[in-house]
Design a protein around this ligand. Structure first.
Ligand SMILES: [Fe+2]
Length: 290
C-alpha cells in the first residue's frame, strides 16, 4: 500500500473521531458531579478513591549504555511501588531501549509487581513504522499493546500511540480505533471518568505546536483530545519526552512523569503517585528512588 493511501486512511479514521466529538454536547455528558474537572492539591484532605503509580521510560540500555543501572533502578522502583500499594501501576512505555531486549527481564519484572499493571508501548518497544511482527512480539510479553481497566469507579484506557505515526498496518490501526471508540463510548454511557495512558503525549508545550518527534501529529491532536474530553477523560498520562510536564487541555490534565533511565531536565529518578478523591481533587507527587 502506498504511503499516501495509508496516510489518508489514518486521517480518515481519526477524522471520524473528530466528527463524533463535534456532535456531542458537553452539557449532556453526565450528572453534575461527574462534570467536575480535576483540581490539583498538595495533599488530599481525605482518602483517595484511586491511586495510580505513574512510571515512565525505564528504557534499559538507553542510547546503548547502562542497561544494568537502569534495570537496577527499576527493580528499586518496583520495591517502592509494591510497598506503597497503589490500586494500579502504569508504565508509559520505552520499557527497553532495544526491542530485542524486552524478553530478557520484563517477564520476570512483571511477575514481581503486585498491583495490576498497565503498559503503553513506546517507540523503542514497537518501532516506527508499526509492523505486525513487532506488535506480536510485544504482546507475547506484555499481553496486549492497548488495554483498559475499570477500577474504583475509574476507567484507565491505555493506547498504543505508535499508531500516530504512518503505518502500512491499516487493519491493526483501525482495530485500535474501533476498540478506543467503544471503550470511551461505554465509559461515557456509564458515567465513568477516564484516564488515558500513552507513550507519546498529545502535545509537549501547547496544543498548536509544530509536529515533531515528541508529540501527536497536529492533524489528529485536537480531535483526539476533544473526543476524549467529551467522553469523560480527565487525565492523560504519558512519557517519551524524558522531561516532567504538567499541561492542560480544556481542564484535562496532561502529565509526564520523571523516568528511571535519563531525565533531560535533570529531574531526579523516580515516578509520580497520582491520587484522586471523589471530588476530583488530585495529588501528583514525586516519589524519588535515592
Ligand atoms: Fe524514551
Amino acid at each position: 500500500m502506498s504511503k499516501d493511501i495509508t496516510r489518508r486512511s489514518v486521517l480518515k479514521a481519526f477524522g471520524a473521531l473528530g466528527a463524533a466529538a463535534s456532535l456531542d454536547s458537553v452539557g449532556s455528558l453526565f450528572g453534575a458531579e461527574s462534570m467536575l474537572m480535576p483540581k490539583k492539591v498538595d495533599k488530599l484532605s481525605g482518602e483517595p478513591v484511586l491511586t495510580v503509580a505513574h512510571c515512565a521510560d525505564p528504557q534499559f540500555g538507553f542510547a546503548g549504555v547502562d542497561y544494568g543501572p537502569h534495570l537496577e533502578r527499576c527493580e528499586r522502583l518496583i520495591d517502592v511501588v509494591n510497598a506503597a500499594g497503589p490500586d494500579v501501576v502504569f508504565f508509559a512505555g520505552d520499557m527497553c531501549d532495544d526491542k530485542n531486549d524486552l524478553q530478557k527481564d520484563w517477564p520476570r519484572l512483571l511477575e514481581r509487581i503486585k498491583p495490576p499493571v498497565l503498559v503503553a508501548p513506546g517507540n523503542h518497544d514497537i518501532y516506527d513504522p508499526v509492523v505486525r511482527k513487532d506488535v506480536e512480539a510485544y504482546c507475547a510479553i506484555f499481553g496486549a499493546d492497548y488495554e483498559s481497566l475499570t477500577i474504583n469507579g475509574w476507567k484507565i484506557v491505555v493506547v498504543n500511540s505508535q499508531y500516530c505515526r504512518d503505518t502500512d498496518e491499516t487493519e491493526l490501526y483501525e482495530k485500535q480505533v474501533e476498540w478506543f471508540t467503544k471503550e470511551l463510548t461505554e465509559a461515557k454511557a456509564s458515567g465513568t471518568p477516564v484516564i488515558l495512558g500513552s507513550h507519546v503525549p498529545p502535545f509537549v508545550n501547547e496544543l498548536d505546536e509544530e509536529d515533531d518527534y515528541f508529540n501527536f501529529p497536529s492533524a489528529i491532536r485536537r480531535d483526539y483530545l476533544e473526543y476524549a474530553r467529551q467522553h469523560g477523560c480527565r487525565f492523560c498520562l504519558a512519557g517519551h519526552t524524558h522531561t516532567t510536564l504538567e499541561r492542560e487541555y480544556e481542564g484535562v490534565k496532561l502529565l509526564n512523569s520523571e523516568t528511571t533511565s535519563l531525565n533531560f531536565d535533570e529531574r531526579p529518578f523516580g515516578f509520580r503517585m497520582l491520587k484522586i478523591d471523589a471530588e476530583m481533587n488530585y495529588e501528583w507527587n514525586f516519589v524519588g528512588l535515592d
